[in-house]
Design a protein around this ligand. Structure first.
Ligand SMILES: Nc1ncnc2c1ncn2[C@@H]1O[C@H](COP(=O)(O)OP(=O)(O)O)[C@@H](O)[C@H]1O
Ligand SMILES: [Mg+2]
Length: 369
């Protein structure tokens, strides 16, 4: 029986393994946290990201390795790839780990982005601010997630404090995009070169953390959806990509600007478990196994609400007709993603009513828009 190695055993690893069990696959999971949410779904190794010996043992026990976490050191990924097929490739990982390389890739592929500059010193920052203007966003090039490792610079006085907070690491300054809304496109490419794209998703973040996704994104016309598929297709081909790739986008003045990409299944694709004919998790596995990709068509109008920091009483969510609750089994902590709820309804109106019911249970301001 094929055994799939997953680097990272968080909620994404857990949902990947859950999608692979009906396909008759077994899993080996690897994570530094002994209590990681997916640890119980296969053979589990607790090891550091750079523990060569443990990673070698994982490679020896698997037919193919993938990741649910992109901050694995590239050297460790390359070491794995020397022993077992690894998808997506270490090169895709390397680009997606670094906001500067990511933005250069987008630019090289003719994909619009906010203006950006590399910042390695206070002088660089002064020059970048002079060129881009304010407001702007200063971010660490690597390791950031859920809005961590970034500061918005609104006035000249913010420059020094932002540099004091983030300096000493490689940084990037980006122009602040006063976007109309945030969207994402999820795409899959199989080892055979077959590609598939789910519909555009609208995403609402608060404090840098995704709170709500709606799919298909309301009010997007065919041209916008095609523009998103075209840019994602270019990134897939350029990276000779295998697996699911997520690209976060800003819609600004009718155009799409690429913000960042994730070389893995993505939170804004969780709705696909119930809301698409094939979930992002299943298609990711099909892609890395070289199996035909499944239909990315929708089963209705879907919304996904993240449960962040605390989980309401499960019964109060399950009482909502048609709701699907996913709890990751993680200890509660402020700002931590603990689970999500998905709704799929036959009409947009029915979806909005169901969402209003979720809003009465989940204390999240972005739900009452
Ligand atoms: N250049 C920008 N202009 C406006 N908002 C931004 C910009 N960059 C990031 N943001 C906001 O911050 C959120 C998190 O930033 P992002 O670059 O996606 O980092 P993370 O890796 O933490 O998700 C985005 O979803 C968006 O809401
Ligand atoms: Mg993001």
């Amino acid at each position: 029986m094929t055994r799939i190695g997953i680097i990272g055993a968080g909620q994404l690893g857990r949902m990947l393994a859950l999608a692979g069990i009906p396909l008759g696959r077994r899993f080996a999971l690897y994570d530094p946290d002994p209590e990681a949410p997916a640890a119980s779904l296969g053979a589990f190794t607790c090891g550091r990201w750079d523990d060569g010996e443990r990673l070698d043992a994982l490679a020896a026990s698997c037919d193919v390795v993938t990741y649910e976490f992109e901050n694995v050191p590239v050297a460790a990924a390359a070491r794995l790839a020397a022993r077992v097929p690894v998808h997506p490739s270490p090169r895709a990982l390397e680009v997606a780990q670094d906001r500067l390389k990511e933005k250069h890739l987008f630019r090289d592929l003719g994909i619009g982005t906010a203006p950006f500059f590399a910042v390695d010193s206070h002088d660089d920052l002064t020059r970048a601010v002079a060129s881009i203007g304010l407001p702007a966003v200063l971010k660490t090039r690597t390791q950031g997630y859920d809005g961590k490792g970034q500061r918005v610079l609104r006035k000249a006085g913010d420059v020094d404090s932002a540099f004091a907070a983030l300096g000493g690491r490689p940084l990037i300054l980006e122009g602040f995009v006063p976007f109309a809304r945030e969207l994402s496109i999820l795409a899959a490419r199989s080892r055979t070169g077959q590609t598939a794209f789910w519909p555009l998703v609208e995403n609402v973040h608060r404090d840098g953390i995704l709170r709500l996704s709606i799919a298909p994104a309301p009010g997007s016309d065919v041209a916008l959806a095609e523009a998103a598929m075209t840019l994602a297709g270019r990134a897939l081909e350029a990276l000779d990509y295998v697996g699911v790739l997520a690209i976060e986008l800003f819609e600004h003045e009718g155009r799409l600007l690429a913000n960042e990409m994730a070389p893995r299944v993505h939170n804004s694709g969780h709705w696909t478990i119930e809301g698409a004919r094939t979930s992002q998790f299943e298609n990711h596995l099909r892609a890395v196994l070289g199996l035909p990709l499944g239909s990315t068509g929708t089963t209705g109008f879907a919304a996904m609400v993240n449960l962040v920091g605390e989980t309401p009483d499960p019964a109060s969510l399950l009482e909502i007709d048609g709701s699907h609750l996913h709890l990751y089994g993680k200890p509660a902590r402020p700002g931590r993603k603990l689970g999500h709820v998905t709704l799929v309804e036959p009409s947009r109106d029915a979806l909005m009513s169901a969402l209003a019911r979720v809003a009465s249970v989940v204390d999240e301001p972005s739900l009452s828009r």
